[in-house]
Design a protein around this ligand. Structure first.
Ligand code: NAD
Ligand code: GLY
Length: 368
């Protein structure tokens, strides 16, 4: 097992990563929380796959447990579902000492984190992460949100968890497409911050779960993210680098209808686009841009975008939370392992680049 500590001004929390660690780690976390009521929030898929899994562990500590089961899917990551969590908390008479537990991937984690930041003006929450994507990215760092029809993750807050448990055993039931989607976010951390990490992890074949390898790379990926979050928790600047690939990624998710393409797939295509633009604008060498795009390709699926014209592109880009007025702050690469924030790029420039990108890389993103 490996552990990390996220150290923020005045508070810190621990992330445990390993195989078959849930029982021991969760028991300890419940004891440390010193609570008499845990509300587990999960979805129907996890409830079917792991019925009573979490509840049985918590019950051993003689703590009251309630379970709120939500519908599964990115399309339910919205205010309506958030409201269901809040209704549930009211109905079970949750109070300020209640501990929320997110049992799931990024969708559950983001919604539970958000609910914990607003219920009674803030209660504690912990994460038991069950997808590769949430292991390497969403369970760490305290961004919480739901989607709006006009903008991905556009309603949310910053709320750090009190503890994160990453038990690799859950990956055994995760579909291959989800594994690939998560791995793309892991590669993102190498591309923006650590060239050697990218080079040593990009050729891994995810169809074969090698738990020793995964423990190491998930640990390293979390370490990169934590370091950035510690320096800029609320994204005043530096943290925006973690949004590499997200400008196009969020557009794809919003425009295609939430859930058609997985988050990592959309961001993966967005990373190829941002790499392409970095090369076209002479910030990045051709050799490195090819190395990155070729590496990402193994984990991508072809994305088809219907009915996208300049006006729709413009509106979607400017609804994205990273935009400022008529221009966008776009994350680009200086070299493999070093990203930077290019400020105030006009949407028109980006649209021209996007059209060029879809001509050169129609097997990655095709405009129909
Ligand atoms: P997800 O939570 O929808 O999980 C993917 C699918 O796998 C779901 O159908 C889920 O039910 C299923 N699943 C979960 N664990 C499983 C398991 N162990 N076995 C079998 N099936 C399992 O998606 P995700 O990829 O984990 O997260 C994507 C979300 O994370 C997006 O909404 C994205 O915006 C968000 N995100 C947030 C941050 C952040 O910093 N907060 C960072 C990256 C992504
Ligand atoms: N996934 C981007 C961030 O956490 O800032």
């Amino acid at each position: 097992m490996k552990s990390l500590s996220v150290n923020l001004p005045g508070r810190s929390y621990k992330i445990d990563i390993g195989k078959n660690i849930l029982n021991e780690c969760l028991t300890k976390a419940i004891k440390n929380a010193n609570t008499d009521h845990v509300v587990v929030v999960t979805n129907t898929t996890l409830q079917n796959l792991y019925p009573e899994h979490i509840v049985n562990i918590i019950k051993k500590s003689s703590v009251r447990v309630s379970t709120c089961v939500l519908p599964d899917g990115e399309k339910y990551k919205n205010l309506e579902t958030l409201s269901k969590i809040l209704d549930y908390l009211m109905n079970v008479k949750a109070n300020r000492e209640t501990l929320l537990l997110a049992f799931g991937g990024g969708v559950i984690g983001d919604m539970v984190g958000f609910a914990s930041s607003i219920f009674l003006r803030g209660i504690r929450f912990i994460q038991v992460s069950t997808t590769l994507l949430s292991n390497v990215d969403s369970s760490v760092g305290g961004k919480t949100a739901v989607n709006h029809p006009l903008g991905k993750n556009s309603i949310g807050s910053f709320k750090q968890p009190d503890y994160v448990c990453i038990d690799l055993d859950f990956l055994k039931t995760l579909p291959l497409r989800e594994l690939k989607s998560g791995y793309l976010e892991l590669l993102k951390h190498g591309i923006i911050k650590d060239a050697n990490f990218f080079k040593s992890s990009v050729n891994y074949s995810i169809d074969n779960l090698d738990f020793n390898f995964l423990e190491n790379v998930i640990f390293h990926s979390c370490k990169i993210k934590c370091k950035v979050v510690e320096l800029d928790e609320t994204e005043q600047g530096l943290r925006a680098n973690l949004n590499f690939g997200h400008t196009l990624g969020h557009l794809i998710e919003t425009h295609s209808g939430y859930g058609k393409y997985l988050h990592g797939e959309a961001v993966g295509a967005g990373m190829c686009f941002a790499t392409f633009v970095s090369w076209r604008w002479k910030h990045l060498s051709k050799k490195e841009s090819e190395l990155i795009i070729d590496g990402l390709r193994n984990f991508l699926i072809p994305i088809k975008i219907v009915k996208l014209d300049y006006n729709i592109f413009h509106d979607l880009i400017l609804h994205d939370k990273k935009s400022k007025r008529e221009t966008v702050n776009f994350i680009m690469l200086r070299k493999l392992g070093e990203s930077f924030i290019k400020e105030r790029i006009s949407v028109e420039n980006l649209w021209n680049e996007f059209q060029q990108f879809t001509k050169n890389f129609s097997e990655i993103v095709e405009l129909e």
